[in-house]
Design a binder for this molecule. Structure first.
Ligand SMILES: O=C(O)C(=O)C[C@H](O)C(=O)CO
Ligand SMILES: [Zn+2]
Length: 278
């Protein structure tokens, strides 16, 4: 488990490229037959990936010990979206088939969670966010049919994209976790522009579907103190509540957003006009 401390906006604006990357970027999300795990002190979110290839993967009691409990999800809830081949997640003996671009919510108290791929040649890739939880809500599989897509932006402003909300109160009850997947249309490059902050929630972005020749310039910082982080395929960025989170790609791409904090109101955003960004 990698640990990242919280960071003050006054400190963040003094960082150089390497330091910004060390604080905010998670470079390796997927490793074959393993889980990765980054624990951030920003709202105590845990971000990572699980990629079973030739064997099953579980997050064992060693993590429980690091969290000061007896097992990983004793006091936490968990959301994952599969961006790889067909997968199977077994939660305390109940089997869920989680296909490409399907998701699972696992409620607080699940003791044994086992991740498998159906075909080692096309392994499942579960990107997950995990948050402290006070209530045990039921575990739920979320399929494409549960998700209402919302198309925003336009080709003229290079920001035509579809926001698919997977873990929102209308789809699944959670304590605080929200998650979704946004796809940029061909020829569109900008996500979340015009941009926003939300002082009441932190957010993590995970970028994928980026080939080797391309990258995304992720924008962060207070709206009048912006910085960028160069993000390559299957990398994630932590966004504190004071930071904008937006990005421009050298080609279209997809990303998963996840939020935790005071509320689960998707539209509760502090919008920033493009003319006011610095
Ligand atoms: O493209 C977008 O715009 C998004 O996907 C925005 C995120 O969902 C977000 O930042 C929610 O707060
Ligand atoms: Zn946001």
């Amino acid at each position: 488990m990698q640990v990242r401390q919280s960071i003050h906006s006054d400190h963040a604006k003094k960082l150089d490229t390497t330091e910004l990357r060390r604080e905010f970027l998670i470079e390796k999300i997927f490793e074959a037959d393993q889980y990765t795990m980054t624990y951030s002190h920003i709202d105590r979110i845990i971000v990572g990936g699980i990629m079973p290839v030739s064997k099953s993967v579980t997050i064992g009691t060693e993590v429980g010990k690091q969290l000061g409990v007896s097992y990983f999800l004793e006091r936490r809830e968990f959301g994952a979206i599969n961006i790889g081949g067909a997968g199977i997640i077994t939660v305390d003996g109940t089997r869920y088939e989680v296909g490409n671009e399907e998701a699972i919510y696992i409620g607080k108290g699940a003791k044994e969670v086992i991740f498998n791929s159906v075909d080692a040649a096309k392994p499942a890739k579960f990107y997950y966010n995990c948050a402290p939880a006070h209530m045990a809500y039921p575990t739920k599989l979320i399929t494409r049919a549960d998700v209402t897509p919302m198309t925003v932006g336009s080709p003229e402003t290079s920001n035509l994209r579809t926001i698919n909300k997977y873990l929102i109160p209308e789809v699944v009850e959670t304590c605080q976790l929200s998650m979704g997947l946004t796809k940029l249309a061909e020829g569109s490059l900008w996500n979340t522009m015009p941009t926003h902050t939300h002082e009441r929630r932190m957010e993590a972005y995970f970028y994928f579907n980026i080939d080797e020749e391309n990258a995304v310039f992720h924008m962060m910082g207070q709206p009048q103190e912006t910085r960028h982080i160069l993000v390559h395929n299957e990398q994630a960025v932590l966004s504190p509540s004071w930071s904008i989170h937006s990005g421009v790609g050298t080609k279209n791409y997809t990303f998963i957003w996840g939020m935790i904090g005071e509320n689960q109101t998707y539209d509760d955003m502090d919008h920033v006009k493009i003319k006011d960004i610095r």
